[in-house]
Design a protein around this ligand. Sequence first.
Ligand code: SF4
Length: 124
Amino acid sequence: MKNSKPTLAEKMRRFAKAPISRRQFMQSAGAATAFVTAGFAPGAFAEEGAPRVSEDDPMAKALNYVHDAGSVDAAKRFSNQFCNNCALYSGGAEDEWAGCSIFPGKNVAGRGWCSAWAARQPIK
Ligand code: SF4
């Protein structure tokens, strides 16, 4: 009697030949795009000891980035907005400097701010 269980090699061949549905493709492509655009690509966040972004950096100037959020005109910024509570900040609330996905490879000040600030969602 022949064993009807497929071998691992046979399973791999079947898997490779299986057509991927358009929905499956779109889901995986969408997830990958969201992952990268959210700044979670490997190396997107600055490491400890990375250079600090300069306020004179062209991108920093375009986004009105400052190391001290308190120096921003109150008409431009709500008083509770800081890099360390921004969704794009890779550090924690207590970190003085950490990465920001807008400035790959550089650190921004935890007490800084820019006009791209977005509320960090609480982890549920
Ligand atoms: S406010 Fe957010 S987006 Fe702007 S520099 Fe700080 S962490 Fe980055």
